[in-house]
Design a protein. Structure first.
Length: 148
């Protein structure tokens, strides 16, 4: 039980670090002067980060606790859930991103699309972190994606 809590605490700590350093992480992955200045000035980093965290942790929670089926306890089922989360999150973030820029009279749809491509990677990493943090309490899927 103690090991399970350690994994959960490490996952939460890594997620909090991502939230705190979101701007630095995103700018290290994608940087365009006008676009990133706009993200910073209009405070778009925060909602994108929150959406990414909620989708990654929420997707993992749905897989391990809502689905939690013997029929869905294989690694490829976990991979399907990862794919769904990794595809949905950048779409939602793109919509939020473009809407916030459009409200301020700026059109940066191409830059937003490029930025969300890198958000795919961030989402996948967060989903893996969330999976390894919370899988231990699942009754049927705890051995997915990698057996203990």
């Amino acid at each position: 039980m103690k090991d399970k809590l350690v994994y959960l605490c490490i996952g939460i700590a890594l997620t909090v670090l991502f939230f705190v350093f979101n701007e630095d992480i995103y700018e290290a992955m994608y940087y365009s002067v006008a676009f990133n200045n706009g993200l910073h000035n209009y405070d778009v980093y925060t909602p994108i980060t929150i959406i990414t965290i909620l989708m990654a942790w929420g997707g993992a929670a749905v897989y391990y606790y809502a689905i939690n089926s013997v029929r869905w306890d294989r690694w490829w089922h976990w991979l399907v859930m990862l794919a769904v989360v990794v595809l949905l999150t950048p779409i939602i973030c793109y919509i939020v991103n473009v809407r916030m820029f459009n409200e301020n009279g700026i059109s940066m749809a191409a830059e937003a699309a490029s930025f969300e491509f890198f958000n795919l990677v961030v989402t996948a990493v967060l989903f893996v972190i969330a999976s390894f943090s919370m899988r231990w309490w699942s009754t049927n899927c705890r051995h997915t994606p990698i057996p203990q």
